[in-house]
Write a protein that binds this ligand. Structure first.
Ligand SMILES: [Zn+2]
Length: 307
């Protein structure tokens, strides 16, 4: 038989199709799936004394709980900006955050650390401040979510300080831990990873005039610079189904190679000054199903800017 280019291509395609189409495109979920859990992801609250930020966070929490959230994840940049501040202003911002959570949060919750939560952006003492502030044992790790069934939750610390700024990157210690942890996850379990900086996102293209030079340019501080390595890792561990992030204050969902990446806006919108681009202050409700699929909806909670 004479092998034409077309038959060779077809043969190549069929043997190369190691990744099922459903996985390549993102799994949409089976028809008889059952919802396991409803999580509210409240990211980038940027709480501070003033601007009514404490009331805003409380209002957002109440909205999410009225919608039936079983668990609350604070996605980082929970306080305004202690990365450039002293301990006194940091404590004042933290007081407002804690006050709102105490007053308005009746559900179990977990905090993720964002770049603005790290005191003076110090990689050791500053991160220690953040873990103490949010009652965490460690800056990264698994966290328990009651009633999560087949879902496991992992919080990671995205911020790698360098040269007075930072990049979105998991340091070697953390990546090593993540690789070991994913190896131990049973095949029938589903993993949700929460990081502050998006691992993969589409909205980062529009956060600034990123095409101005005539080429697209996305800074490593906006989206994980180690995304390729993480994409490869998740491909080896198909239990990873969902990655939640914030940081950009914009909203998107990207399905790629069987993982859903969702960037979930900002509770503070445009840092309590109004909307940010097309997005008003809001949060995401994340429904998790027993087949590893998810549904994500972004809600505005009706915040009106105060002067
Ligand atoms: Zn951030």
């Amino acid at each position: 038989m004479q092998i034409t280019r077309r038959t060779a291509l077809a043969a190549g395609l069929s043997t190369a199709a190691a990744i099922p189409a459903s996985r390549a495109l993102g799994e949409t979920g089976s028809t008889n799936r059952r919802r396991v859990l409803r999580v509210a992801h409240l990211t980038d609250a940027h709480v501070l004394p003033g601007k009514g930020a404490g009331d805003g966070l409380a209002m957002c929490l109440e909205h999410a709980q009225d919608k039936g959230a079983d668990f609350i994840i604070f996605g980082g940049d929970n306080v305004m900006n202690v990365d450039g501040d002293g301990r006194e202003t940091a404590a004042a911002q933290l007081d407002v955050f804690k006050g709102s959570v105490k007053h308005a949060c009746s559900k179990p919750h977990h905090c993720v650390i964002g770049n603005h939560d790290i005191l003076r952006l110090d990689p050791v003492d500053g991160k220690k401040w953040a873990t103490d502030a949010f009652g965490l044992d460690n800056r990264y790790g698994e966290f328990a979510v009651p009633g999560s069934g087949s879902w496991q939750f992992i919080a990671l610390d995205s911020t790698s300080p360098e040269g007075g700024g930072y990049k979105g990157r998991f340091d070697d210690e953390q990546l090593d831990w993540l690789e070991r942890t994913l190896r131990d996850v049973p095949e029938d379990q589903h993993v949700c990873i929460v990081s502050h900086i998006p691992i993969l996102a589409a909205c980062v293209y529009f956060d600034g005039e990123n095409e101005k030079s005539g080429n697209w340019r996305v800074p490593g501080a906006w989206m994980h610079i180690d995304a390729r390595r993480l994409k490869d890792l998740f491909l080896k561990h198909p239990q990873v189904k969902l990655c939640l992030s914030g940081h950009i204050h914009l909203v998107d969902v990207v399905d790629y190679l069987g993982v859903r990446y969702a960037c979930n806006g900002a509770v503070s919108g445009g840092w309590w000054r109004g909307d940010y681009h097309e997005f008003a202050p809001g949060y995401a409700l994340v429904d998790l199903f027993d087949d590893g699929s998810s549904e994500i909806e972004f809600f505005n909670y009706g915040w009106v800017t105060r002067e």
